[in-house]
Ligand binder design. Structure first.
Ligand code: ZN
Length: 411
């Protein structure tokens, strides 16, 4: 679709869903009324900026007050096919009929084609992703699904071998587990298995891991991004230069404090609106940080792209006036294979911000001035802020530590 037509298409669908939601969803009606708005005030994507953003925490609160779905549902509960439960806890109405095409577009762009035999290793329990989103979308793309779910690595390898499975859906780390298991069983990932395409999600995919896995299996791996509430919000094409936004979504990049649109190309929170008539989330704040590119993509798709996910909003912060985020910390670290763990620590000294890039090495005796200076150069390149690299002994950075630990006090 040419960009102008796309804008008209989205504006038309936006007017439709706002009308529908105002009429059938109590939560959406309250949200509009609290801002003094009527459906006729929302004519274009630009007008969306007037509607308050609903954050995940708001949704948890609203669901407590008005169970089960916080009033966002726009159909009677008895017409639903399923109800899903995501961490939070947040309940999600399974659509009466699954018609969303967002993930199916992602599958096609990844390289899946009708007749492919695909193992779906995402969980089929509780959360909507594995069954409602991935399984249904593979069917929409014409693929044959083997619903293997999580775990049972040895059995999964045997299934891949005996069925000549050529597609994989799951996390990148589980694909690595499968590769290791296959090798442990004396198999050659390329000769004995037939994997050609992988669709991965739910975890960061460092380029180093992507190329390692692609090389191991002789396959192509594409990633995508979305949330349990809203579905697919971005997917990679053959060019892997960002994630195209599906055609049936509106994605805005906004200032997390004001909810207003940021300038094109600037980072901000991903806020999404769906056209889902069962569960019409309008202006849902994902809490994830990204930036948008409208530059043409050589693949031929004209949809804008999310240029990588930069981390969580609540983990982004300003240092000496410049915005830094966890995605940048990862970007520095992947340049140095010697690094095992890492964390940025922010402190204040003499009324100035100080940034320390704390590093645990795989081999402690690899510490050198040269390595320290190399990492400091990368910190400057990527984060645009000067920081000092400090080597720490193993165990200094705890499991699951934040990428950016803000220890500043302003007294
Ligand atoms: Zn593309």
């Amino acid at each position: 679709m040419p960009p102008k037509k796309r804008v008209e298409f989205l504006n038309r669908r936006l007017r439709g869903i706002v009308q529908h939601a105002y009429k059938h969803s109590v939560a959406v009606r309250n949200k509009l009324e609290s801002a003094g708005l009527k459906p006729k005030d929302i004519q274009t994507v630009k007008d969306l900026g007037e509607i308050p953003v609903t954050k995940k925490a708001d949704l948890v609160e609203l669901q407590k007050r008005n169970p089960p779905f916080g009033g966002f549902e726009a159909v009677p509960i008895e017409t639903l096919r399923r109800i899903y439960v995501s961490p939070g806890p947040i309940l999600e109405p399974g659509e009466a009929e699954y018609e969303d095409l967002g993930w199916a577009q992602a599958m096609y762009a990844a390289g899946f084609r009708p007749g492919d035999i695909v193992i779906n290793t995402f969980s089929y329990h509780m959360v909507p992703f594995g069954m409602q989103m991935v399984d249904n979308s593979l069917r929409q793309a014409g693929c044959v699904v083997v619903p293997t779910g999580v775990g049972n690595t040895e059995q999964q390898v045997n299934i891949m071998k005996s069925l000549r499975v050529n597609g994989y859906c799951g996390t990148p780390s589980f694909l690595l587990n499968l590769a290791e298991k296959a090798e442990e069983m004396g198999l050659d990932c390329q000769k004995d298995l037939n994997l050609q395409v992988a669709f991965v999600a739910a975890e960061m995919l460092p380029e180093s891991l992507r190329s390692r896995l692609e090389g191991k299996f002789g396959m192509r791996i594409r990633q995508s991004y979305g949330t349990a509430d809203i579905g697919c919000l971005g997917y990679e094409c053959s060019e892997k230069n960002g994630m195209h936004i599906p055609d049936d979504r509106i994605v805005e990049i906004v200032d997390p404090n004001t909810g207003k649109h940021v300038e094109p190309g600037k980072p901000g929170e991903i806020v999404a609106t769906t056209f889902n008539k069962v569960y019409p989330l309008i202006r849902f704040g994902t809490g994830d940080l990204s930036l948008l590119s409208e530059a043409p993509c050589p693949c031929g798709r004209t949809s804008p792209r999310l240029i990588k996910i930069l981390g969580r909003i609540d983990q982004a912060t300003k240092v000496r006036g410049l915005f830094i985020h966890p995605g940048q910390v990862d970007e520095v670290a992947v340049r140095f294979p010697q690094i095992a763990r890492y964390q940025v620590r922010l402190t204040r000294s003499a009324h100035k911000d100080e940034m320390t890039f704390l590093v645990e090495l795989k081999e402690e005796d690899a510490q050198s001035d040269e390595l320290k200076e190399g990492i400091e150069r990368s910190v400057r390149d990527v984060m645009k802020v000067r920081g000092e690299v400090k080597f720490a002994s193993k165990g200094t950075i705890p499991d699951g530590a934040k990428k950016i630990e803000d220890q500043r006090t302003w007294e």
